[in-house]
Design a protein around this ligand. Structure first.
Ligand code: ADP
Length: 296
């Protein structure tokens, strides 16, 4: 059993099981057994978690664009959609009609390009409107299978899109995935979102993982008709959270109708270079800042 995230503290008396403990991934006692399943045996150099306190702030959008940005750098990338109750990654990549294939006793991920493959629960659901009605333990088993039973091959990165909040999926992946490099927190600028982003930062720190940075999405917008800048959700909230909690600020991305279209049309914004707009430049800059943080 484990209690806290340092070796010294781990030797103290604990009142709960390691499986319930947010520090279990780093606690010495948990690492030495402690009731946790072992780390998954997959060949990946870095696992990057994408988290948010709230839904709808652009977490999946960031995950998809980060995966493509990494692939553009020449890396072999896996994109793991763990937002099991709202798996939007396949839609955002235009692969929502795909299903898993089996190769022997392994699941074949869906290959988007030669260097980018995707795993999502959506690939086993009968259609896009069927909800997944599962309790935590079933999701934990599925996550284990998504790591162990998938023919990922040798990867440089796995980008993990998590559901909003600080629940089962995030705890499980932090415990089971090897080489977790850290987590990036996506937020919008308004107080009701940044309040929850603060919780996400503290959650990641409690897990003993590095916070790779905060991304402020939907940060202002330029009216496509008159060119006036409108602060729909405000501006600067994400930067403030990063500064106050002393974690890197990776940059701001404005609201852009083209980003919404990119998601709906299944074509990630970052590969639509022809747009070459100010928004495209900010998405590119944020992704590069994140990659620098991951590689630094
Ligand atoms: P989450 O994963 O946090 O629930 P999504 O990435 O699914 O959020 O984004 C929610 C919606 O907002 C999607 O329709 C997406 O295309 C859109 N969206 C995300 N970021 C932007 C942006 N900067 N400008 C315009 N639309 C955006």
């Amino acid at each position: 059993m484990a209690k806290n995230n340092t070796d010294q503290q781990a030797s103290e008396e604990c009142s709960h099981e390691c499986t319930d403990c947010p520090s279990a991934s780093t606690c010495a006692e948990a690492k030495s057994g402690g009731g946790l399943p072992p780390k998954a045996n997959i060949d990946v150099k870095h696992v990057v978690l994408v988290l948010s306190g709230k839904g709808g702030v652009g977490k999946s959008t960031v995950s998809v664009n980060l995966a493509f940005a990494l692939a553009n750098h020449g890396y072999h990338v896996g994109l793991l959609d763990l937002d099991m109750h709202g798996p939007n990654i396949p839609k955002m990549l235009g692969i929502e009609d795909q299903k898993f294939a089996m190769m022997g006793n392994k699941i074949e991920p869906v290959h988007v390009t030669g260097t980018l493959s995707v795993v999502s629960i959506a690939f086993v659901l009968p259609d896009t409107s069927t909800p997944l009605i599962w309790r935590g333990p079933m999701k934990m088993v599925a996550i284990q299978q998504f790591l162990e039973d998938v023919n990922w091959g040798a990867l440089d990165y796995i980008v993990v899109d998590l559901p909003p909040g600080t629940g089962d999926e995030a705890l499980t992946i932090a415990q089971l995935a090897p080489n977790v490099k850290g987590a990036v927190i996506v937020t919008t600028p308004q107080d009701v979102a940044t309040l929850d982003a603060r919780k996400s930062v503290k959650f990641v720190e409690k897990l003993g993982l590095p916070v790779l940075g905060v991304i402020e999405n939907m940060s202002g917008m330029v009216c496509p008709h008159c060119g006036t800048e409108i602060d729909l959700f405000g501006k600067g909230g994400g930067r403030k959270v990063a500064e106050e909690l002393n974690v890197p600020f990776l940059g701001a991305i404005p609201i852009d109708i083209e980003m919404r279209k990119a998601g709906d049309e299944g074509r990630p914004f970052i590969i639509r270079r022809k747009d070459s707009s100010a928004s495209w430049a900010s998405v590119d800059a944020v992704m590069e800042a994140l990659i620098k943080e991951v590689e630094g």
